[in-house]
Design a protein around this ligand. Structure first.
Ligand code: HEM
Length: 447
């Protein structure tokens, strides 16, 4: 692995043995593929929690970094170049140097997302990507913690939180995931498409069906009829441009000829689903960390007169939920050319895997690895910090992150200021939080 006299251009990166590659496929990629990369399969998520499968993935990556040092480590997969990132500095490099030479449009991702959004920014490249990414950034108000339209969204959040709590109380006082998610998606449909979409559960079901196809990537043919129906509903919402909706806001943004606005919206619906998971887990964190819960309630009352409260501690709690249990655990890039690393050259066309849980939960390096540490998010994290990348980083950073944190923190605030939540389903050891928290199995009693 040392450079010696061989020119760096000829020097290949370290390569895992066949056995090690099989272990990586089993322990790192396997659980993610089985749980469903595009839409989660609840039974597999429950099994992963029970058997600590996510923890096994982290330990596998730790063992390889103990053996191979900085990497990146090439895997021995026939017909496909794949590399596992092992060094924190390389996480920053790969994400900062996207989309050239590390393209966001990675082959497996393209196969998964083509089922419902073949022209979304994330799997586009070159000039097309530039226009689509820019349209997302403008519409989602990428640079602002409080979206320009926040004041229009907040009443929706409040109404739906109240309706949720009334429903739970009427049904016996137990809050389960599906009920929570249904309320969350009423908010999402109203915010994205407008109030008229509040009850459009058929649309949510269609997106879920196409995402379930996406879980199979190239192994399943694209349902072209379903996809066309979805995209035409997105176009109708853009044409309707209901006041106060993101669709209306998007319709007003500058757009190049390749921007494909209707094809960007399915990604939002897709991504609001993990936001619901992260929020439900964040409530579980607060229910088991009473001091933080008390501090969050003080924050809520201090900001209650704001039109759109910032709620830093609740935002940090959602970020911690995402650090501890990342909803995008595999960030994938693909090299567009040969790329030189300190230990050798990565060939063009290599799929590069940043396995976020390895960096978020590396207990060899981080004393906070397995505990709730909202203080990590007191200031924006930079390239000089250890990589905690729930929303990715660099030019591929999630442009929806501020909007997500705005809506999730305010939804939590509306719930917590009206109800006491006791976590009934799980006992969480605050010094050693589990490698996965099954959102589908979480259950709270409301008082
Ligand atoms: C908890 C919720 C969310 C998480 C953890 C999350 C995380 C991420 C991550 C890790 C990426 C990079 C993926 C990659 O490089 O392969 C990404 C991209 C993206 N996210 Fe999010 N996201 C969330 C919610 C949202 C929401 C609600 C929206 C829109 C309203 C959104 C819009 C996007 C878009 C458009 C991209 C593609 C960016 C690009 O092409 O460069 N995300 N997100």
């Amino acid at each position: 692995m040392t450079v010696n006299s061989i020119s760096p251009v000829q020097n290949p990166l370290p390569k895992a043995t066949w056995a090690e590659t099989a272990q990586v496929l089993r322990d790192v990629q396997g659980p993610m593929v089985a749980k469903g990369p595009i839409i989660r399969r609840p039974k597999v998520v429950a099994a992963s929690e029970r058997f600590d499968l996510d923890g096994r993935g982290v330990r596998r990556a730790q063992a390889l970094s103990d053996k191979y040092g900085r990497g990146p480590l090439m895997l021995s997969i026939p017909g496909r170049n794949m590399a596992l990132i092992l060094d924190p500095e390389d996480v920053h490099r790969v994400l900062d140097d996207s989309p050239e030479p590390f393209a966001t449009a990675e082959t497996l991702k393209k196969h998964a997302l083509k089922h419902f959004e073949p022209k979304v920014a994330l799997i586009s490249h070159g000039a097309e990507r530039t226009q689509r990414r820019r349209l997302n950034e403008h519409t989602l108000d990428h640079g602002h913690p409080i979206h320009r339209m926040a004041a229009a969204f907040m009443p929706t959040v409040e109404q739906e939180a109240k309706a949720l709590l009334e429903q739970v109380r009427a049904d016996g006082g137990v809050l389960e995931y599906q009920t929570f998610l249904d309320a969350w998606f009423r908010i999402v449909r109203r915010v994205v498409l407008g109030d008229s979409a509040r009850e459009d559960t058929d649309l949510t079901q269609l997106t879920e069906k196409l995402r379930a196809d996406g879980n199979w990537a190239f192994l399943k043919p694209v349902d072209k009829t379903g996809r066309a129906a979805l995209l035409s509903q997105m176009q109708e919402a853009l044409d309707r441009a209901e006041p106060g909706s993101l669709a209306a806001f998007m319709a007003k943004q500058p757009q190049g000829s390749e921007a494909e606005p209707a094809q960007q919206i399915p990604q939002w619906f897709f991504a609001f689903d993990p936001a619901g998971m992260a929020t439900f887990r964040a409530l579980a964190l607060l229910a088991t960390h009473r001091e933080s819960l008390d501090a969050a309630r003080r924050e809520i009352s201090a900001e209650q007169h704001e039109a759109a409260p910032m709620l830093p501690l609740l935002r940090a709690t959602v970020l911690e939920s995402l650090r501890l249990w990342p909803t995008t655990p595999m960030i994938l890039r693909e090299t567009t050319t040969d790329v030189e690393f300190a230990h050798g050259v990565m060939p063009a066309g290599t799929s590069v895997l940043v396995f976020a849980p390895f960096f978020h939960r590396d207990d060899r390096q981080l004393d906070f690895a397995h505990r709730f540490a909202p203080e990590l998010w007191d200031r924006p994290r930079t390239r000089d910090d250890w990589p905690l990348v729930p929303f990715s980083a660099g030019p591929g950073l999630c442009p929806g992150r501020h909007l997500v944190l705005l809506l999730t923190s305010n939804f939590m605030a509306e719930i917590l200021s009206r109800a006491e939540l006791d976590l009934e389903s799980h006992f969480l050891d605050s010094e050693n939080l589990p490698s996965l928290l099954n959102n589908f199995g979480l259950r709270f009693r409301l008082s």
